[in-house]
Design a protein around this ligand. Structure first.
Ligand SMILES: Cc1cc2nc3c(=O)[nH]c(=O)nc-3n(C[C@H](O)[C@H](O)[C@H](O)COP(=O)(O)OP(=O)(O)OC[C@H]3O[C@@H](n4cnc5c(N)ncnc54)[C@H](O)[C@@H]3O)c2cc1C
Length: 305
């Protein structure tokens, strides 16, 4: 069937969209969005699809995929200008090979640079927003402009872009010269650790952590892992149809062979409920839901089309 979204997400889930437009470069993306905006056509932008649960019924909109197989970047001294479509891990590898540090801790995180900036992706206490100098954006009216990083409202797994619908055409990162061999070693040990603790989405389809870690209640406190609360609440025992909780991490859902997006949606709801029943507070979802789901009346998705 045409325009299926499942192959474009790491969950391998999602029905069709009205039409699919693939863009690699900032210019291609600007041109495509300008036409859609001029015709008042609803669209959704996706990158690597590694933080998205797309409905089995699909999305009643045009999907624009901003994704490049090869890194699109220019480096001058310690400043890197990179297209939002570049795969984050390609950026990490290229930076290390040029002896530039600042993104090494992002080794192995799936998705694109654009997707990473929107969700301020990161690991080991560091995130992409820490090294972003500025970004070139396009808004829903078609205006293109550059903003400095401190205008993007970065916080833990957050940026203002999650609410505004502005897209990241490209990003300028300020990195620092560092020892290449030490960074290669750091990257290798991070990838080993990730292999040990995380599923490989190519063989065990998933979208990373479903819920955000829990913010401290006082300034002295530390953020607490959502996975710990889920584990204590017995989430690892939960299963809905073909969707189940990853055996090594209670905050990750795996899609089994016959799993559907509705199964995942319901399982995520039950996981949240388990924590509410056991601890009396609400976990906040980290992943984005697109399209209509079976339980939509009770728990709204991010966008309805
Ligand atoms: C196995 C696994 C491990 C993971 N580990 C981590 C981790 O350690 N740390 C972490 O932070 N995340 C992790 N993730 C989650 C995911 O990799 C990140 O959230 C990633 O940054 C999402 O990027 P993406 O390109 O795939 O975005 P998508 O999933 O395609 O989109 C996510 C959201 O970003 C928007 N978006 C995408 N590109 C753009 C753009 N150019 N401009 C504007 N909006 C855009 C989309 O509209 C959507 O709302 C993991 C995921 C998996 C599957």
């Amino acid at each position: 069937m045409k325009n299926q979204l499942a192959p474009l997400t790491t969950f391998q889930l999602g029905g069709p969209c009205r039409a699919l437009i693939e863009c690699r470069t900032p210019d291609e993306l600007k041109a495509a969005l300008s036409v859609l905006i001029a015709h008042d056509t609803p669209y959704v932008l996706i990158g690597g699809g590694s933080n998205l649960l797309v409905s089995d019924q699909g999305v009643d909109a045009v999907v624009v995929r901003y994704f490049a197989e090869e890194p699109l970047m220019e480096v001058e001294d310690e400043v890197v200008e990179v297209a939002g479509s570049t795969i984050l891990d390609h950026l990490v590898r290229a930076a290390i090979e040029r002896g530039l540090s600042g993104v090494t801790t992002c080794s192995g995180i799936p998705g694109t640079v654009g997707g990473a900036i929107v969700g301020n992706a990161g690991a080991f206490g560091k995130q992409i927003g820490d090294v972003l100098e500025s970004a070139e954006l396009m808004n829903e009216r078609g205006d293109v402009y550059r903003v400095m990083a401190d205008e993007l409202g970065f916080a833990y797994r957050r940026s203002r872009l999650q609410e505004t619908g502005e897209v990241v055409l490209s990003a300028r990162l300020r990195l620092a010269s560092s020892d290449r061999e030490a960074m290669r070693e750091e990257r290798a040990s991070i990838l080993d650790l990730r292999r040990e603790k995380h599923p490989d989405w190519r063989t065990e389809p998933c979208i990373g952590s479903i819920f955000r870690n829990v913010e401290p209640t006082s300034k002295a406190g530390r953020r607490q892992a959502a996975g710990w609360f889920l584990q204590e609440a017995g989430a690892k025992l939960l299963r809905v149809g073909g969707a189940f909780v990853y055996r090594k991490h209670a905050n990750i859902i795996i899609k089994g062979e016959d799993g559907t997006a509705d199964d995942v949606f319901e399982l995520a709801r039950l996981m949240g409920q388990a924590v509410r029943d056991r601890f009396g507070f609400e976990l906040e979802r980290e992943v984005r839901f697109l399209g209509p789901f079976r339980q939509a009346a009770n728990a709204p998705t991010d966008r309805f089309f």
